[in-house]
Design a protein around this ligand. Structure first.
Ligand code: NPG
Length: 377
């Protein structure tokens, strides 16, 4: 459903950007590398109506996408923040248009838009969930499990998450660690809801191996091929029984429309950062919902800021598959919000407070800050 009542504008006074280094509770390994510290940019919009918070979900290195933290920092401070401060008043739905002349850098745009959205909704006394049209007050919580030392270690790790109550397991795969890892988890845990994520580690030359995964009755296989391989994904989707889900390939609503028209995906992972913001994410949801295509909310190891926003997004009607919306403790021993997301009976609560419904833990924020810059009008 399109957003029923847009948020009013706020008078922008400035933006504060910080780079944070948050230690992870355990290393997180994907087909593109291992992270032990989450480097992330936190945005604070300073407005006459009050502050708003956002998060730029880039990683330190451009391995998941072409975006990376120093690039986002530079483009945000050099181009995006000045372009927004040029306008005296800005509403959340104006942000994308104001930044549209600048190509790409969707994660940076999304983080700035989120901060404006939070400020505007707080000023109005509305929650993000209410604004976006949420239909649930809690969302089922899936967990993304990185590649482990060996399949036995993977089984141990998955057992721990199942004990905690996660309702869906996603395992990362890469060539050589696909069929064996998936078989190990299926053998150990039977018919649990299970899916795999390749983070674009394969080509069509691997189609036979990927077809072997069909026997595991997976919910889906996520992003097997390269970001720009929509036609190959369509060919692979015809070949596999396992539903193909796209992540990296979908960077806009238009891209989602193209992928659906081509048959490149029968499920879509929606990440607000990847598509340039929560408003574009809602548009993709609406398109998929109208087309009967299931969507789920992806994760980018968000802090409590983005995690709260993701829980609100995942509460829309079309999010029919559990998302990577896990408890904060999945990644962090200490978060930067005063009430980090908890796992309760396999679910995460949708925040009801105004805006994102979070309170920043200012001490934690300062402790994790490694760089800071403020631009004002
Ligand atoms: O639960 O936040 C989470 C992590 C989910 O696996 C996850 N994210 O490819 O989807 C991904 C992956 C990722 C994380 C990608 C960080 C890029 C950066």
């Amino acid at each position: 459903m399109p957003i029923a009542r847009p948020a009013a504008s706020v008078a922008l006074e400035g933006f504060e950007l910080r780079v944070l280094h948050l230690p992870l509770v355990a290393p997180f390994t994907t087909s593109f590398g291992t992270e032990t510290v989450r480097e992330v940019i936190v945005v604070r919009a300073l407005t006459s109506e009050g502050d708003g918070w956002g998060e730029i979900v880039t990683q330190a290195d451009p391995l998941y996408s072409s975006e990376y933290t120093q690039g986002a920092w530079d483009v945000a401070l050099r181009f995006f923040v000045p372009a927004l401060l040029d306008r005296r008043r800005v509403a959340p739905h104006d942000v994308a248009g104001a930044l549209e002349p600048f190509k790409g850098h969707r994660m940076a745009k999304a983080g700035l838009e989120l901060a404006v959205l939070d400020a505007a909704l707080r000023a109005e006394g509305r929650s993000l969930a209410e604004y976006a049209g949420a239909v649930r007050d809690r969302v089922p919580s899936g967990v993304s499990v990185g590649i482990q030392r060996d399949p036995a270690a993977l089984v141990d790790t998955v057992a721990g998450y199942l004990d905690e109550g996660y309702v869906r397991i996603k395992i990362k795969i890469k060539p050589g660690r696909d069929v064996v890892d998936t078989a190990a988890v299926r053998d150990a845990f039977g018919a649990i809801p299970l899916q795999v994520d390749a983070n674009s580690a394969y080509t069509m030359a691997d189609a036979d191996t990927l077809a072997e995964l069909d026997r595991f009755d997976l919910l889906l296989i996520e992003q097997p091929l390269q970001e720009d391989d929509l036609v190959d994904h369509a060919a692979l989707a015809r070949r596999l029984k396992t539903p193909v889900c796209l992540d990296e390939s979908i960077v806009s609503d238009k891209g989602a429309a193209d992928a659906l028209a081509l048959g490149s995906a029968s499920v879509v992972n929606i990440k607000a950062g990847r598509v340039g913001g929560y408003l574009e994410a809602v548009r993709i949801h609406d398109r998929c919902f109208a087309a009967g295509v299931p969507v789920w909310c992806g994760g980018m190891l968000e802090t409590g800021i983005g995690r709260a926003a993701n829980a609100a997004l995942a509460a829309l009607a079309g999010f029919t598959l559990p998302g990577d919306v896990s408890a904060s403790s999945r990644f962090y021993a200490r978060d930067i919000v005063s009430e980090p997301a908890l796992l309760e009976d396999g679910h995460v609560r949708v925040p009801t407070g105004h805006g994102l419904g979070i309170e920043i833990d200012q001490v934690a924020l300062d402790d994790f800050t490694v760089a800071r810059e403020t631009l004002t009008r």
